[in-house]
Design a protein around this ligand. Structure first.
Ligand SMILES: [Zn+2]
Ligand SMILES: [Zn+2]
Length: 247
């Protein structure tokens, strides 16, 4: 599994970072974890064919994680006609909004046979010949009664956890427990809603081989993150746009 970090910014893009978007390449097929960035454009810049995207998984329906789905769906609808993609979102309203806008731009035509949207719940499991994807509920938007998830990707005997966004100061204790239970090959954690001090207790029990932070805000947390590297049996680093991890 090749993991390409296309967007590593927090809720707002930066001069050198797009919003959250990660591509997985497995046996020539592509998958996206969140698409807050212009995903089609960024895949093209990597020399990748957007028509190879089989599925898009999203952690929650904040714009910095889903805004790129609109342009992806629009281009898949009228131009990239070999696209056959499943797009999994956490709520129905943004799906309705995306389809409505694509239809408005394309005189009413929407190819729902090739561009298949669905709403997930915590029991969701995606499995094909390349990977298994499952969800772990988090409490990022529990205050609004809206669902949010961490995403666990398993492929070829390797496992990577993407936390998505979590609760403020991790006060709701929603850093996924699986990080303490399983020797995950990679944990990709956000760092916008809490600081190094809040996450340290979870890193103390973390069994991961590699922990990388993304979605860092404010940027002065970077020094705190770098200071954690060396304190654990696993490396603790900060992701940048364009980083690639092979598992
Ligand atoms: Zn976010
Ligand atoms: Zn969010």
């Amino acid at each position: 599994m090749k993991i390409m970090f296309l967007g590593t910014s927090h809720g707002v893009p930066a001069a050198d970072r797009y919003c959250s978007c990660t591509a997985l390449e497995i046996n020539g097929d592509l998958y996206l974890i969140d698409a807050g960035a212009p995903a089609t454009d960024l895949l093209l810049r990597q020399g990748l064919n957007p028509e190879k995207v089989k599925a898009i998984f999203t952690t929650h329906a904040h714009g910095d994680h889903v805004n790129g789905i609109l342009s992806f769906a629009d281009l898949a609808n009228w131009y990239y006609k070999k696209t056959s993609v499943d797009i999994y979102m956490t709520e129905q309203a943004p799906i309705d909004g995306i389809i409505s806008l694509v239809k408005a731009c394309e005189s009413g035509e929407f190819h729902s046979d090739r561009i298949r949207f669905s709403v997930v719940d915590q029991d969701f499991v995606y499995q094909d010949e390349n990977l298994r994807v499952s969800l772990i509920p988090t409490k990022h938007m529990a205050g609004q009664g809206r669902p949010t998830y961490a995403i666990l990707v398993e492929s070829g005997g390797k496992a990577a956890l993407f936390t998505g966004d979590m609760s403020g100061k991790l006060e709701r204790g929603d850093f996924p427990k699986i990080a303490a239970e399983r020797e995950l090959d990679l944990v990709v954690s956000e760092m916008a809603h809490f600081g190094p001090d809040h996450v340290r207790p979870y890193l103390d029990t973390c069994k991961a081989k590699d922990v990388r932070f993304t979605h860092v805000f404010p940027l002065d947390k970077m020094d705190g993150i770098r200071a954690m590297n060396g304190a654990y049996p696993f490396p603790v680093t900060i992701l940048n746009d364009g980083d690639v991890v092979e598992l």
